[in-house]
Structures are given as C-alpha cells and as structure tokens.
Write a protein that binds this ligand. Structure first.
Ligand SMILES: CC(C)(COP(=O)(O)OP(=O)(O)OC[C@H]1O[C@@H](n2cnc3c(N)ncnc32)[C@H](O)[C@@H]1OP(=O)(O)O)[C@@H](O)C(=O)NCCC(=O)NCCS
Length: 276
C-alpha cells in the first residue's frame, strides 16, 4: 500500500510524540501530568496459551483520532511482536465500531470469529415463568452453593471448583486455531474469586449427588450500573437435565433469547498472521 510523503511525515512526528509521552519515562506522575493520547499493549492469552501467539488492544482518545496515533502505536506493537517471533495476534472489535474495523483491516487483520453480547433488563425478567425451572431442579435433589460455604466444608474444595471451571472452559467456543489451556489455579483465584470485581454471593455452584455439576457467576463492572455474566457451564456428564437453566434463574439472568436477553452487535475477533 502506498503511503504519501505527507502521511509519512505526519506519522513519524506522531510516532516520536507517542514515544516521548508514553514510553519515554518510567515516572508515573510525569505520565499522568502529560497528555496521554492513546495506549496499546499485547499479552499472552492464559486460556489458550502459546508463547508465540498474542492478544492485543489499542485505544486512542476520541479527540485525538485520525492523526496517525493508532498507526504509530500499532507500529511499536508490531515490531515487538516480530521480535518475539509471533505467529499471530488477535484483537476484539465491536461490530458497531467502524473505526476499529477500518483500522484493523488497514493493518492486515482478518476476521476469525464472532460472539454476540446479550443484555437483560432485570426489571423485565419474567420470574414467575422461569422460577419453576429452579424449583424443579431443587426438588430433584440439586443443591446450589457458593464458594465461601464450600471453603468452610473443605480446604480442597476451591481446587475442585477450579478444576471444574477448567473442564467446562474447554467447551467454550474459541477461534479455530486456539488450543485451550487451563488457567493456573493462583491466577484463577486472584482474578475470579478474590478479585475486587468478584461477587462471592453471586457465584453459584450446582451440586448433584455430592459432585460439582455446574456453575454460573456474576461480576461487577468497573463502571456502570449493570452486572457482567461470567462463565456459565455444566460438566458434560450432567448436561441435558436443566441445570444451566436453574442456575441462570438463580442469578436472575437467563439463557440468551429465551428469557428476554437482547442481542447486541457482535464482538469480532480479528487476527493478523505473521507466519510460522
Ligand atoms: C481504532 C483506533 C485505535 C484508531 O486510532 P487512530 O489514531 O484514529 O488511527 P490512525 O489515525 O492511525 O488511523 C489509521 C487508519 O485507520 C483507518 N481508520 C481509523 N479510523 C477510521 C474511521 N473512523 N473511519 C474510517 N477509517 C478509519 C484509516 O484507514 C486510517 O488511515 P487514514 O486516516 O490515513 O485514512 C481508534 O479509533 C480507537 O481507539 N478506537 C476504539 C478502540 C478500537 O477499536 N481499537 C482497535 C482494536 S484493539
């Protein structure tokens, strides 16, 4: 793709500015005091760990867009990824964000997967219709518990919980070239159980015959007056018995579409391949 000399000049100027503002100092206060126009970073994906595959994100302040800052940030990320002999890098862009899609297309990303976010207005939830699903499961012997209760019962129970999350996570849809890897226990505990965004009383575990059969959890967002749904899943041998439906009713949320979730634009996973 041809780049005009004017664009090249603009981008190298911006690149220098970004370098000074974002990377030129390790002094935190200096960074805060200066004008941050955007940031970008890349990381390994713990649930699909491959030392040569990465995730990335880039954000430019809305007032500073279309000035080459995103391109300059991406240049730094791309150089660092190539230095690490990356095979590929993935990012997620919301379907309704044309600037993100245009930017990704221009920098050589291709679509790999779509996943739809769904939202449920708590006030519109039809509890009388769905409550019987929970009552039926409880009458059939299923119990619902939370991590604090299980921790009190036995020291190993948190590890058992981690093991079933890892087992269930294997069946969560993912980009075709990703191979699932279990998230290590300490990382799982830090990010999902003891994290400030965790809601311990809204992490529900279904127990059938003394076995952990499934789970469903809610998390607090950093901002906003809604809750995020974490993993909902049932172990393979317990599927088809209404356990997921009962858990969803318990969280006063529900399976997509059936209970009034409204489908939002897709999150598109975009991927750039560097070759083996
Ligand atoms: C995507 C984003 C990082 C681009 O930042 P930026 O500094 O505006 O990007 P640049 O100025 O370097 O633009 C590079 C090219 O992307 C494309 N592009 C960016 N915004 C666009 C828009 N609104 N419409 C059409 N094309 C666009 C253009 O081809 C542009 O080149 P041009 O200005 O010479 O035509 C920024 O819009 C953003 O933060 N969006 C929200 C987060 C996001 O979607 N991140 C991307 C995935 S991690």
């Amino acid at each position: 793709m041809a780049i005009s000399s004017q664009t090249q000049t603009r981008q190298s100027q911006v690149s220098a500015a970004v370098t000074i503002r974002l990377f030129g100092t390790r002094d935190y206060e200096a960074i805060v005091a200066s004008e941050i126009l955007g940031f970008a970073g890349f990381w390994h994906v713990p649930w699909a760990l491959n030392p040569r595959k990465f995730g990335m994100g880039a954000r430019v302040h809305p007032d500073a867009r279309r000035q080459g800052i995103g391109t300059a940030l991406w240049g730094r990320v791309e150089d660092a990824l190539r230095a690490r002999e990356a095979i590929s890098v993935k990012t997620q862009v919301w379907e309704s964000m044309p600037e993100g899609l245009a930017f990704a297309a221009r920098t050589g990303f291709r679509e790999g997967m779509r996943a739809w976010e769904s939202r449920l207005d708590g006030a519109s939830f039809d509890l009388p219709t769905f409550r019987p699903a929970l009552d039926h499961a409880l009458a059939g012997g299923m119990e619902i518990t939370v991590p604090a209760t299980e921790r009190e019962k036995g020291r190993d129970n948190l590890r058992r919980l981690h093991a079933i999350e890892a087992e269930i996570a294997e069946d969560v849809p993912r980009p075709p070239d990703d191979v699932h890897t279990p998230v290590p226990f300490d990382m799982w505990r830090e990010h999902l159980v003891d994290a400030p965004w965790a809601i311990p009383e809204a992490y529900f575990i279904a127990v059938v015959g003394g076995e952990y059969a499934g789970l469903s959890s809610l998390f607090r967002p950093q901002v906003g007056d809604w809750l995020n749904q974490g993993l909902t899943g049932v172990r393979r041998e317990f599927r088809g018995r209404g356990i997921a439906t009962a858990l969803k009713v318990r969280t006063v949320l529900a399976i997509n579409g059936r209970f009034g979730f409204v489908r939002q634009p897709a999150w598109i996973t975009l991927q750039k391949d560097f070759g083996e």
